[in-house]
Write a protein that binds this ligand. Structure first.
Ligand code: 4NP
Length: 148
């Protein structure tokens, strides 16, 4: 799960998708295309909305996306088209390119819908972002496996 800062959207996406999958079989992680927040916990507004929905994401720490992740992960989801375009430029092979997709393509295929960046907005933006990511992760979990 990849966004810009790895403190708002992708930590939610990591927590939400991992919660829907068997942790023995599936490992979900998140990263940012940028490095500003490396080592930091998620934004308190993301931690709060996750906690309200029953998920603890407070122990995550931000990391920057590395080229090696293309080999470590089978599926790489970008939160918005700008993140997707940055990731595409890091891909070195057609196989790596093929692992990339826009997260909301899982629910709005081919429409190019972004998870909006809630960083500069208020708490309501985080609730909207949570719901969008949750919808996508339900569809992804159904496709790849299901815990519950
Ligand atoms: P995220 O949100 O990409 O969802 O983690 C942002 C967090 C920080 C910044 C931008 C977006 N920033 O510019 O520091």
């Amino acid at each position: 799960m990849v966004c810009l800062g790895n403190i708002c959207r992708s930590p939610l996406a990591e927590g939400i998708l991992q919660d829907k999958l068997d942790p023995v079989r599936f490992s979900v992680s998140s990263a940012g295309t940028g490095s500003w927040h490396v080592g930091n916990p998620p934004d308190p507004r993301s931690v709060d909305i996750a906690q309200k929905r029953g998920l603890d994401i407070s122990r995550q720490r931000a990391q920057q996306f590395q080229g090696s992740f293309f080999n470590e992960y089978d599926l790489i989801y970008a939160m918005d088209q700008s993140n997707l375009s940055d990731l595409k430029s890091l891909a070195k092979t057609p196989e790596q390119l093929h692992k990339l997709s826009l997260l909301l393509d899982a629910v709005f295929p081919g429409e190019g819908v972004d998870v909006p960046d809630p960083y500069y907005g208020g708490a309501s933006g985080f609730s909207e972002v949570y719901d969008l990511i949750d919808r996508a992760c339900i569809a992804i979990a159904q496709k790849i496996d299901q815990k519950k």
